[in-house]
Write a protein that binds this ligand. Structure first.
Ligand code: SF4
Length: 264
């Protein structure tokens, strides 16, 4: 499949990393093309067709990522799908992982943090040390999430996410595609413009398995000790690190261009 506003990369460029200039230019063209594509499937295919080399999809197993994974699996696209096992997930999240693999008959690669780094962190801060100081929390997210993510994305040319603009004020300007100057890849957000209603309609229409915690007041699900249900009217991400103030409640997985701060 091709799109008139995007020219495929030349054959033979599959293993060549993009230069920052070429990467930024391709990302800009893809941003326009994905915006014009009518469906998730079309946006995913555009991404596959125009990025040479490995395209990774990091799934948190939340409802957004479940929808994106369903699109990838139903289209049989050869993306490198992986998830980060922080060691602190809800049991429901791990059950969702297994259910999803069975539903689509496709294995999801699990990336673990470095055991020695986790041991040193817990020895220093304690098993719940992330609640004692923002710096501790960022250190925990760095070791359990950011470093494993960087390892999993090393060498990838594209990175697909399930970010949506109306998830939080901090995500209100998420583009469909952008050049990540730190990771040297094109970051793709194929459901950036989806409302919650659009997302839920897609999930229902395609019988996408979702984490049962979503129905219990958890629109955003992270590690168990750092996530609570939200109250009516609260921001969708208000249940994440709720003991901190509302500024900068990201884990570092999606805000690298602005800061090296750790942790979602
Ligand atoms: S969300 Fe909490 S437990 Fe999970 S990595 Fe971050 S600080 Fe650690």
């Amino acid at each position: 499949m091709t799109h008139p506003s995007v020219q495929p990369q030349p054959a033979g460029a599959a293993s060549q990393p993009l230069s920052p200039t070429a990467g930024a230019a391709l990302a800009a063209r893809l941003d326009v093309a994905l915006a014009a594509a009518p469906t998730l499937d079309a946006r995913l295919r555009l991404s596959a067709d125009h990025i040479s080399g490995r395209v990774a999809f990091s799934t948190s197993l939340g409802i957004e990522d479940q929808a994106v994974f369903a699109g990838i699996a139903m289209s049989e696209l050869p993306f490198d799908v992986f998830t980060l096992d922080t060691g602190r997930h809800f049991p429901e999240t791990l059950e969702t992982l297994e259910t999803t693999e069975a539903r689509y008959d496709r294995r999801i690669r699990i990336v673990f943090p470095d055991a020695k780094e986790v041991e040193a962190l817990v020895a220093r801060d304690g098993i719940m040390g992330f609640r004692q100081a923002i710096e501790n929390r960022k250190a925990c997210c760095d070791i359990r999430k950011v470093r494993p993510l960087n390892k999993a994305l090393a060498g990838a040319r594209g990175w697909i996410t399930g970010l949506r603009r109306d998830q939080s004020a901090g995500r209100s300007h998420v583009p469909f595609a952008e050049w990540d100057a730190n990771l040297l890849l094109i970051k793709l957000n194929p459901i950036a413009d989806w409302s919650l209603e659009t997302l839920e309609a897609y999930v229902e229409a395609n019988a996408v398995p979702v984490n049962p915690l979503h129905a219990q007041g958890f629109p955003s699900i992270g590690c168990q000790p750092c996530t609570r249900a939200i109250r009516p009217g609260e921001d969708l991400r208000a249940g994440r690190w709720w003991w901190e103030n509302e500024d900068g409640k990201e884990c570092g997985l999606h805000n690298r261009p602005k800061t090296q701060d750790a942790a979602e």
